[in-house]
Structure formats: structure tokens, C-alpha cells
Ligand binder design. Structure first.
Ligand SMILES: Cc1cc2nc3c(=O)[nH]c(=O)nc-3n(C[C@H](O)[C@H](O)[C@H](O)COP(=O)(O)OP(=O)(O)OC[C@H]3O[C@@H](n4cnc5c(N)ncnc54)[C@H](O)[C@@H]3O)c2cc1C
Length: 415
């Protein structure tokens, strides 16, 4: 590649795309296209739900993160023509040309064809989803008068989370703690009900035994009702039906949150390139797309062979791959040889309710409030850019990370 200013187009500003872009600034005419105006540090979306962190901490605007050497285009890419080397944006009249393309559009919630799921469940992947869930929790609480009998209160305040992976465990313990706190503040009788429905035979199936023990203990402490070997059959606006050992049960629900898996972005489905049977792009060890040496793919849409299997579909992997992608794009531009890398697990950290967490580092797991502090410290170091890290670190250190209670809608609006 000999062009003086190669046009480098990066699609998707998540863990893969943003960190690649940051490292590519100045390497050519670099453009990041993403369909939101902000990055999202997804591992802390649970803390945003509970109000332990604020939107600006975990969802900084790209304009704050990118310098003048990078163009940012906020828009949805609707088509990619690999032969013509162009990308089409939703409502733009003309396609954008590129010399080098980096694909990092991530995944979407996978509803696995469950009846009513896409229509009625709340996904949990964006700030807007956390806002909606919080709103639904407050609305449901506001409908319950303090003198309602405990069994009616429990029925009116039943929430379900589908999937007991790390996401389902983190979400359900957060929701249960927030709701229990609201019960005390509002002097409601009885207790809320939070169910987790899991098809497999255990919670957090992708995680090792040491951390699972902490997760199970936290689910127990937060009084989350775990249903393993159970399949969600159907959702309606106000009910969820699940099946266990051939018996179907219908429960009334105030909200159902979907944490039941990820599917590949439809934009990738349309590309005629080599993929796995799950639709992931088969990339070379250099992250190049097979038969398209000027196209790189990483993160949740790519299948990379030389990575520890537990890393599949994680921010950890996308983040590590971003370094390799950026180095290889620069090498490609300069006409140098491209590198490969083995990706290792960097450790695990899960938030468990509003007071605890569990962390696995250096092969050792620990839990409780100390792990919660460690998780905050660890994630401060993983946020994008030094400037943002310093601002957020100072805010967490000096202003604290206390949950925001589920006050009534009227009070929340005025506060
Ligand atoms: C709630 C939650 C918690 C998580 N917690 C953890 C965790 O604790 N640890 C961990 O390792 N992983 C975690 N993950 C997984 C992690 O977020 C993903 O693996 C990681 O974000 C993948 O990075 P990516 O760059 O492939 O995609 P993403 O980070 O999803 O980024 C994709 C980007 O592309 C944009 N985009 C999509 N389609 C288009 C389009 N057509 N046009 C333009 N832009 C588009 C999206 O808006 C997004 O900005 C979590 C995920 C979620 C949802």
C-alpha cells in the first residue's frame, strides 16, 4: 500500500472499533462511523442502572475522546461493498470510499425465536435500555400502595431476567438489591420477586468454579430465584411462561430483561465472506478477512482461533484485538509484515448487587465489598483515554459510588 494518505474507515465505535481508532489517529485519513454519539463501557451498565455511576463516566461522547486527526461520523452503516470498497450510510446520498476497512460492529440480543421476546423483553446493551428498565421498575413500584397485602405486592413486583450468564447474574442481583431498598424506603410489605431463567444446569456457565461460588452466594443473599434447566416459552406484555421438566408455568411480570445471548450483526450476515456456522467472520491470525487483505475484523463479529476459548464474545478480547488491528493496519499501510498474537484471559470481575463483587485475578478469586472496590479500580484503568480515566477516577474517589434509590417518578424528575 503506497497511498500518501490512505483512507481508513472503522465501522462501530465499541471496544474493538474505538480502541483501534485511538491507536490509528494520524496513520492516514482516519474515519470512525458509529450509530451512537458515545462509546459505552458495557461492563458497568449494571452500575449505571443502579446509579452507582453516571452516564458521563461510562458513556463518554466520541468528541471528547477523539482528537482532530480523526473524523467521526454518527450514522448507521446499511451496506458494505467489498469489491467497490465503499460503505453506505443510512440516509447519506453518496457512499464513502475506503482503502482500508476495519469491521467492529459487535452483536445484538439473540431472542432465539422465543414467542413475544423481541416485542416485550427489554434488551440490556445500551444506556437507553438501562434507562427503560429503571423507569419500568419505578413505575411498577409507584403502582403499589403501602397497604397492599404482601402476596399482591410480590405479584405486582415480579421481574424476570432471561439467562444466567455473567450478565444475568449481575443484572438480577442489582435489580433485587435496588428493589429491596425501595421496599424499605416506601414501607411496602413483603418482598419483591426477581427470577432468573437459565436453560443450562448452572449459573455463569462460562466462568470457573471459584468465581461461581461467589455468584451463587450473592444470588442467594439478594434472594434471587434461580431456575436452571428451564426454558422460556413465551412472553406477553405482562407475563412470562417457562417450562421445566415438561411442565409450563406462567408468571405475571412487571418487566422481563433479556440477557439470553448475542447474535451477529445483520450487516455482517449480508457479506459474502468466509464465516463459521454461527455467522462469525473467519479472520486470519492477523485479523484480516480471508481473501480481502485490506479488510480487518475484530470483536464480537470475528472468530479468532488463537484466543483462550473463554474470551469469545468479551470486551477483553475486543480490547486486546484492537491493539493488534491498529498495529497491523499501520504495517499494511507501510508495506511491512503483519503480526499475529495469542490472546489470554486477563481475569474476571463481576458486580454482584449494589454492595459486592467478585474478582478473579492471578488464578485467585475474592469477593465482597473489597472486590467491589477492586473492580472500580480495575475498570478505571480500562476506560478510554488518560484524560477520561483521570476525570472519572477523581469523581469515583472524591464523590463516591453510592447507588441512587428508586424514588417515585415525580421525585426523580424534580431531583
Ligand atoms: C451489559 C453488558 C455487559 C458486558 N460486560 C462485559 C464484561 O464485564 N466483560 C467483558 O469482557 N465483556 C462484557 N460484555 C461484552 C462486551 O461488551 C462485548 O464483547 C464487546 O463490547 C465487543 O466489542 P465489539 O467492538 O465487538 O462490539 P461493541 O462494543 O458492541 O461495539 C459495536 C459498535 O458498533 C456500533 N454499530 C453497530 N451496528 C452499526 C452499524 N450498522 N453502523 C454503525 N455502527 C454500528 C454499535 O453502536 C457499537 O458502538 C458485556 C456486554 C454487555 C451488553
Amino acid at each position: 500500500m503506497t497511498t500518501a494518505q490512505p483512507r481508513i474507515l472503522i465501522i462501530g465505535g465499541g471496544f474493538g472499533g474505538l480502541f483501534t481508532t485511538l491507536e490509528l489517529a494520524g496513520a492516514g485519513e482516519v474515519t470512525l462511523i458509529s450509530d451512537e454519539d458515545h462509546f459505552l463501557f458495557t461492563p458497568m451498565l449494571y452500575e449505571y442502572l443502579s446509579g452507582e455511576v453516571e452516564e458521563w463516566h461510562i458513556a463518554p461522547n466520541y468528541k471528547e475522546l477523539l482528537d482532530e486527526r480523526v473524523n467521526f461520523v454518527c450514522g448507521r452503516v446499511t451496506g458494505i461493498d467489498l469489491a467497490a470498497q465503499t460503505v453506505t450510510l443510512g440516509d447519506a446520498p453518496e457512499a464513502l470510499d475506503y482503502d482500508i476497512l476495519v469491521l467492529s460492529v459487535g452483536g445484538l440480543s439473540n431472542y432465539a425465536g422465543v414467542e413475544g421476546a423481541e416485542q416485550f423483553a427489554i434488551p440490556f446493551r445500551k444506556i437507553a435500555h438501562a434507562d427503560l428498565l429503571r423507569h419500568r421498575m419505578v413505575e411498577a413500584l409507584d403502582r403499589v400502595p403501602p397497604n397492599l397485602p404482601p402476596q399482591d405486592t410480590r405479584r405486582a413486583l415480579t421481574f424476570a431476567v432471561v439467562g444466567a450468564g455473567a450478565s444475568g447474574a449481575e443484572l438480577s442481583t442489582k435489580m433485587a438489591d435496588l428493589l429491596r431498598d425501595a421496599f424499605k424506603r416506601r414501607a411496602l410489605s413483603g418482598e419483591p420477586r426477581v427470577l432468573v431463567i437459565e436453560m443450562g444446569d448452572k449459573v455463569v456457565p462460562g466462568m470457573g468454579e471459584p468465581i461461581r461460588e461467589f455468584v451463587e452466594e450473592a444470588l442467594n443473599k439478594s434472594r434471587v430465584e434461580v431456575h436452571t434447566l428451564t426454558r422460556v416459552v413465551r412472553l406477553t406484555e405482562k407475563t412470562l411462561t417457562f417450562e421445566h421438566q415438561g411442565v409450563q408455568t406462567e408468571v405475571e411480570t412487571a418487566a422481563v430483561v433479556w440477557a439470553g445471548g448475542v447474535r451477529v450483526n445483520p450487516l455482517i450476515d449480508e457479506l459474502d465472506i468466509d464465516k463459521t456456522n454461527r455467522g462469525l467472520i473467519l479472520v486470519e491470525p492477523t485479523l484480516q478477512v480471508r481473501s480481502h487483505e485490506n479488510v480487518f475484523a475484530l470483536g464480537d463479529i470475528a472468530f479468532y482461533k488463537d484466543a483462550s476459548p473463554t474470551l469469545a464474545g468479551t470486551a477483553q478480547l475486543a480490547f486486546q484485538q484492537a491493539g493488534l488491528a491498529a498495529r497491523n493496519v499501520r504495517a499494511f499501510v507501510a508495506g511491512h509484515g503483519l503480526q499475529t498474537k495469542h490472546f489470554e484471559e486477563l481475569g474476571e470481575a463481576v458486580s454482584l448487587g449494589t454492595e459486592r463483587a467478585a474478582v478473579l485475578a492471578g488464578g485467585k478469586a475474592f469477593g465482597g465489598p473489597l472486590a467491589r472496590q477492586a473492580r472500580f479500580a480495575l475498570y478505571t484503568s480500562r476506560l478510554p483515554t488518560w484524560h477520561h480515566r483521570l476525570r472519572v477516577g477523581a469523581s469515583w474517589f472524591f464523590e463516591g459510588t453510592v447507588p441512587r434509590p428508586l424514588l417515585t417518578l415525580g421525585i426523580q424528575r424534580n431531583s
